[in-house]
Design a protein around this ligand. Structure first.
Ligand code: BGC
Length: 468
């Protein structure tokens, strides 16, 4: 017999609150997507205005990624000290300043510095936003809520493609960039409404305030809210008697979690996602779509598939779990990469092969979106112990940006040296490693509280039977 339970108003408003707060924070992801995506269209006109050669163009494109690496690393020193909310606020201010500066840049040097500054804001928000949402979210919907960050990234990328193509006839690259200021201002205003992470407050001993915030994002009547608070307290107390700080990061208890995070970061990047995100028009032109407008249209198609399948992924993550999606998604990515390689292998693409190329690229991007897109951000926000969650996440996020930097910088070189099939097959081979890595080492964190995940690593380190 099915039960029809009367909805509890406290529960409903708590759920709504947490979704609204997570969505505000996720604007950091929208800016991440917009500011990394917008340059693909803008660069064509910046090149003309400033008379840039290929190396200088590469510098304009990658200065943001370089800045993001530094921004992500900066969180290492501050997140556990000044709190999560403050860093989101700082990121919003830097987003506004960097966007305005880049859009007004009078010369290449100025543009590079302002894009670098913008990158710092992206790096800060990519380390802190998933962490913040994860610490605020109830365990049963944590995957989907942190996944909103990835959804925002994908929406930002599509918005950038759209703005670029609308403004391209006017060659208005400054306007393309400046549109990013709108979400940055909304984020800046929105931060005022974000409460501090209750878990971080407990770490600092502010139990009363943490309880108040938990009551906004959980049903205050539900006894499990108080139980959650006591669990957090218990873990924080226990951590005090253990090693902490940098030593804890590399301690026997934390290392396995750190390795899993690093593996997810590196595999998310070396399986080639950003060659598609940054070079989709080039790949479509390789496949024989000579007209630039068709290539750009196809690129927008890639962006839309990315958004749609990210939604599918975040609807599934708290039902199906992280591991199955990561493994199935990786299989789809491998098949996409292999067939794309074959399509290029049979040179002189005829009509049928062009269709195969488009289909494989679509399969690849859909499979990424449904799994590894949110997968890295969600799991990176869940795996580490409370006291060093901020710094571990930041270290791993920095490595993810390094992977991004290396792959996007070397893609065209790889094509030159390995050929197109060889390059995509290399990504596929990394995909096979990623599959086995997930199968062997990545734990399932669905329906587990952050404290249970922490207990799991601790038990493993103490040689006790450990299961999640
Ligand atoms: C990755 C980015 C990528 C984006 C594509 C993110 O999860 O970190 O590097 O561009 O997904 O949707």
């Amino acid at each position: 017999m099915s039960h029809i339970t009367t909805p509890v108003p406290g529960k409903i408003s708590a759920k709504r609150n947490v979704v609204v707060l997570a969505s505000i924070a996720a604007l950091g992801g929208l800016l991440f997507g917009y500011d990394t995506g917008v340059i693909s269209g803008a660069i064509l006109f910046i090149k003309k205005d400033f008379g840039l050669n290929a190396v200088q163009q590469g510098m304009v494109v990658s200065s943001v990624v370089f800045g993001a690496m530094i921004g992500a690393a900066m969180v290492m020193f501050y997140a556990d000290k000044v709190g999560r909310r403050t860093i989101i606020g700082v990121a919003a201010v830097i987003f506004i300043a960097g966007t305005l500066a880049a859009s007004l840049a009078p010369n290449l040097g100025f543009l590079l510095v302002s894009r670098f500054i913008l990158g710092i804001a992206i790096g800060l928000s990519s380390s802190i936003v998933p962490l913040y949402i994860s610490e605020l979210a109830p365990q049963e919907s944590r995957g989907g809520l942190v996944g909103l960050f990835q959804l925002a990234i994908t929406v930002g990328i599509v918005a950038a493609y759209l703005v670029d193509s609308a403004l391209a006839p006017h060659e208005a690259w400054r306007w393309m960039i400046v549109f990013g200021v709108i979400p940055a201002v909304v984020l800046g205003i929105g931060v005022r409404f974000l409460p501090e992470s209750p878990r971080w407050l407990v770490s600092g001993g502010d139990i009363g305030k943490a309880r108040g915030i938990l009551h906004r994002v959980r049903d205050p009547e539900d006894p499990s809210t108080e139980i959650e608070l006591q669990e957090i307290r218990k873990n924080v107390e226990r951590e005090k008697s253990e090693t902490h700080g940098w030593r804890k990061l590399f301690s026997r208890g934390t290392r396995p979690a750190l390795y899993v995070g690093l593996g997810l970061a590196i595999f998310q990047q070396i399986t080639g996602i950003n060659t598609v995100i940054y070079y989709a028009p080039t790949i479509f032109q390789f496949a024989g779509f000579k007209s630039a407008s068709v290539a750009i249209l196809a690129t927008a198609g890639v962006g839309v598939i990315n958004v749609i399948f990210t939604i599918v992924g975040i609807l599934l993550v708290d039902r199906v779990g992280r591991r199955p999606l990561l493994m199935v998604g990786m299989c789809g990515m491998i098949v996409g990469l292999l067939t794309l390689g074959f399509a290029f292998h049979l040179t002189n693409m005829s009509g049928a092969l062009q269709i195969i190329a488009v289909a494989s690229l679509s399969l690849y991007i859909a499979s990424f979106a449904v799994s590894w897109g949110w997968g890295f951000w969600v799991m990176n926000s869940e795996l580490y112990p409370q006291g060093i969650r901020g710094r571990t996440m930041s270290l791993v996020t920095m490595v993810e940006w390094m992977g991004n930097f290396v792959v996007s910088l070397t893609f065209l070189l790889l094509i030159q040296h390995l050929g197109k099939p060889g390059t995509f097959w290399l990504f596929a081979a990394f995909g096979v490693l990623a599959f086995f890595f997930t199968y062997k080492l990545v734990p399932e964190t669905k329906d587990r509280s952050l404290e249970q995940i922490e207990d799991y690593w601790r038990a493993r380190a103490e040689g006790k039977p450990a299961e999640l």
